[in-house]
Design a protein around this ligand. Structure first.
Ligand SMILES: NC(=O)C1=CN([C@@H]2O[C@H](COP(=O)(O)OP(=O)(O)OC[C@H]3O[C@@H](n4cnc5c(N)ncnc54)[C@H](OP(=O)(O)O)[C@@H]3O)[C@@H](O)[C@H]2O)C=CC1
Ligand SMILES: O=C(O)C1=NCCCC1
Length: 344
């Protein structure tokens, strides 16, 4: 049945649109409406296409189990509160963050173009994905975009002895002249929790210096991290300060839960963090002085001159181009997991 649905061979390459269709069908099968399912499926397929495996189809099981146990509402209708000339508040109504952001996108872009700045503050939302899909399109529209989202308690603040913060990513995107936007997107923990799960599944060790076990001792064993251990922030106190900033903006400011505040108990299978997300947009047209676009290109040229070969997002764009030509590779086991989710 799935073969007919996607037109793809098992354990082979699949084109982007049929993959989105397959992922949409899975999410609809597990209670999301078509609108929500389509947004999450597209986001998930984009991650897989760009080689962000920790947040691609690997996450489908988490979306599905969170829907199945009633933890996240796949039919939620987010509400936008047009709060101020440069501010959009969005109540995601216990739904996924991405449909809430989609709802606010047009209003926020208009506000940013009009006032030079706009903030989107989403609360009551669930985000299980990478952040770059949220910011990259704004840069495609000529805006600078910054976003943060907090997650779930699994990272020890620097100087502390127990987990409190999430893995709390920060993403930043700027438009470029005649090129894809310049984007970075990174966890403020030394590695994302997704990488720990993938290492555990593959029977691989973690790098040193990124995690502690349940006793607070350094460990490279992913199972020890997932069973009572925790991650460290990157760069000691510096990553910890950024992670704290993420908690304050994504949850403190929006009205969402801090990573340590919500409780999954009573919802076996829940995997989506119930927190908040903050997005800041800047229209560089309002900046005056030398055109920002020229300054971006100057900096990149000077970085190249200084020997830099790889910019953030280069790897993703390379993967994207390859996937556009050759399709997206899905391994046999991964495909079997998707087929099971479609049937189960
Ligand atoms: N929703 C959530 O709560 C969470 C989501 N995440 C997601 O996990 C994903 C992975 O995070 P993380 O592992 O920290 O990201 P990485 O450390 O892999 O990469 C961070 C950034 O640095 C760039 N980069 C990596 N290596 C180089 C290099 N050698 N030279 C120049 N640039 C480089 C990457 O570009 P490129 O992409 O091209 O490699 C990327 O923009 C992110 O997308 C993040 O949003 C993480 C934590 C929580
Ligand atoms: O990889 C991570 O870390 C996370 N990703 C999705 C949300 C929870 C944390």
């Amino acid at each position: 049945m799935q073969q007919a649905h996607t037109g793809a061979r098992t354990g082979d390459r699949i084109a982007f649109d049929p993959l989105v269709e397959l992922l949409t069908a899975i999410l609809v099968r597990h209670g999301a409406n078509r609108h929500v399912a389509g947004i999450i499926a597209r986001n998930c397929a984009m991650c897989e296409r760009d080689g962000c495996t920790s947040h691609g189809i690997f996450r489908m099981a988490g979306y599905v189990s969170s829907l199945d146990c009633g933890w996240v509402d796949g039919t939620a209708v987010p509400v936008i509160e047009d709060a101020a000339p440069a501010y959009c508040r969005v109540d995601a109504k216990n739904g996924f963050a991405q449909p809430a952001l989609e709802l606010a996108r047009k209003t926020a872009v208009e506000k940013a173009r009009h006032t030079g700045l706009a903030a989107i503050a989403i609360r009551g939302s669930h985000h299980l994905s990478a952040l770059w899909p949220d910011v990259e399109p704004f840069a495609g529209d000529g805006l600078i975009a910054f976003s943060v989202v907090n997650s779930f308690r699994c990272t020890v603040p620097h100087g502390g002895d127990s987990p409190l913060f999430g893995t709390n990513p920060v993403a930043f995107a700027v438009p470029r002249q005649g090129e894809e936007p310049l984007v970075f997107d990174m966890a403020t923990s030394a590695i994302p929790n997704g990488d720990v799960q993938i290492a555990a599944r593959a029977g691989q060790q973690l790098p040193g210096g990124v995690a502690v076990d349940a006793n607070g001792a350094p460990t490279t064993d992913p199972d020890a991290v997932l069973n009572g251990g925790a991650l460290l922030t990157f760069g000691g106190h510096k990553g910890s300060a950024l992670s704290m900033m993420v908690e304050l903006l994504a949850a403190g400011l929006t009205g969402g839960h801090f990573s340590h505040e919500f409780d999954w108990s009573g919802h076996d299978g829940a995997q989506t963090p119930h927190t908040g997300q903050f997005v800041l947009l800047i229209d560089p047209q309002h900046a005056g002085g030398r055109p920002f676009g020229d300054r971006v290109e100057t900096l990149i040229k000077d970085m190249r001159f200084a020997g830099v070969q790889r910019l953030p997002a280069d790897r993703r764009y390379r993967n994207r181009r390859r996937a556009e030509q050759q399709g997206i590779h899905i391994g046999v086991e991964e495909r079997a997991r998707l087929d099971a989710l479609l049937e189960g």
